[in-house]
Design a protein around this ligand. Structure first.
Ligand code: ADP
Length: 438
């Protein structure tokens, strides 16, 4: 719709409207009265349309303008066009905001939009979860009143956002979050937080691991160094001492070698690719071969090893990993039980699954240690157990190897009565053909 009425057109229209009144007034000799009447009628006409305009703008629910005449057609059309334009702009803006919110919700990070004064304008669901924010309840509240962790408050007040700050989540004490603040647009701030619990844990584990390995290697190396210094002049050493030096150094070397081998085994198990479960493992044969392999170790303590095996119960898995499991549990039972004990090994069906257990008549384990035994380098009594050549890695290897078979190590023990280590291989890993033949 184009604009029809220019100023000259309006004036021309007014003249055309007034002319009949002037002519009639001139004819009746009441020119001024006729002119006044014409103007009064025009005024009333305008008031009528002003009334319709205000009715449309304030009371009407529709955007469509009322029908107008003359100049009012242009006024109504003009306003209608402006309203339409605003409506379209508003719609595209709210679509944009909706998209931004959807994108922020899809992000794996918590996001909070802040104004210049630090008040919250918007927060996504993860922000509500990480910081316990409530939306829209916390709209307009200062972020430092909502996240009161001293490190965050200091960081925010300082205003230097070049670095991130890490802290415990106010809503979940066990969660560590890394918070970054980025200025954007017209003095707005975007606060982004991500869950770094796992990352921090891994970093701590890495540090602990390096510290543990260094510590474990230090003792044998110090012993070796001491002896090597003594051996500088071997002719001065009495034969008995020389013999002891060689014996101790051999033992320490074996200890270091054992540790390196176990570390390699652990790293091999941890870094092995996705489990394929195509290899069939004859567990009965594997267990028997392990019992045979430890006979030399057992020769000193002479434990009675009793075995009760289901000969037809094979599983899908890795023979190497399952062998590591059985060997570690068996050598532990032999190492930690006093001479002449009884070790009981069973491999039996349990419903559709298969259960392995090894029990000994050893000293047993205090309850407070049970949950920590599978941690790397964890030993109950490091001094006492160093004589056994233990590294504290055996049960960690067992745990990881079992995880690759969707299984978990169960430890039951009573001090003075012995220990029982067991695990269940789930039904889906049991080789059915052989199992069903029984
Ligand atoms: P290590 O190399 O020291 O044997 P493990 O991870 O195999 O490491 O075992 C961790 C600790 O658990 C051992 O130091 C030992 O104290 C305890 N332990 C393991 N098996 C037994 C058992 N059968 N009886 C008593 N204690 C055991």
């Amino acid at each position: 719709m184009g604009r029809n009425y220019t100023l000259s057109a309006i004036l021309r229209g007014l003249l055309v409207y007034l002319l009949p009144f002037v002519l009639a007034g001139w004819y009746l000799d009441v020119v001024w009265q006729a002119l006044a009447l014409a103007l009064l009628l025009k005024l009333c006409w305008h008031y009528y349309y002003i009334n319709r305009l205000t009715g449309w703008l304030w009371d009407s629910r529709t955007l469509l303008p009322p029908m107008g005449k003359g100049v009012w057609t242009d006024i109504f059309d003009g306003i209608y066009r402006t309203l339409r334009r605003n409506q379209v702009r508003q719609r595209s803006l709210s679509t944009l905001i909706k998209r931004f919110r959807q994108a922020s919700e899809a992000m794996p990070d918590a996001a909070v939009v802040l104004k210049e004064d630090g008040t919250v304008t918007w927060a996504n669901k993860l922000a509500q979860l990480y910081f316990g924010l409530q939306w829209p309840g916390d709209n307009g509240i200062r972020i430092t009143n909502l996240i009161r962790h001293p490190r965050f408050v200091k960081f925010f007040k300082k205003g230097d956002f070049s670095q991130a700050v890490t802290m415990h989540s106010p809503a979940h004490a066990s969660m560590e979050v890394e918070v970054r603040v980025m200025p954007y647009a017209d003095n707005q701030f975007l606060l982004i937080a991500r869950d770094v619990t796992q990352l921090t844990k891994l970093e701590r584990m890495r540090k602990d691991f390096v510290a543990n390995v260094s510590h474990e290697l230090k003792t044998p190396l110090t012993v070796m160094q001491g002896y090597l210094e003594m051996l500088d002049e071997p002719e001065l050493l009495p034969a008995k001492q020389l013999h002891k030096a060689i014996h101790d150094m051999t033992a320490q070397t074996a200890r270091m070698q054992n540790m390196v081998n176990q570390l390699l085994e652990l790293s091999r198990i941890e870094s092995s690719g996705p489990d394929s479960f195509t290899e069939e493992v004859d567990m009965a044969a594997l267990i028997r071969s392990c019992v045979h392999d430890v006979s030399l170790l057992n020769s000193e303590k002479q434990h009675r090893i009793e075995v009760s095996l289901d000969e037809h119960l094979s599983v899908y898995g890795s023979a190497d990993k399952l062998r590591a499991v059985v060997m570690n549990l068996l050598t532990n039972a032999i190492k930690y039980s006093p001479a002449g004990g009884t070790i009981n090994l069973t491999w039996q069906r349990r419903h559709l699954a298969a259960a392995f257990s090894i029990s000994d008549t050893g000293p047993g384990i205090e309850p407070e240690h049970l949950s920590r035994l599978t941690e790397r380098f964890y030993r109950i009594d490091a001094d006492r157990n160093s004589a056994t050549g233990g590294t504290g890695l055996g049960l960690s290897i067992v745990k990881h190897a079992l995880e690759h078979h969707r299984s978990r190590l169960q430890i039951d023990s009573k001090v003075g009565q012995g220990s029982r280590f067991s695990f269940v291989v789930p039904a889906e890993l049991i080789v059915q053909a052989k199992a069903d033949a029984t």
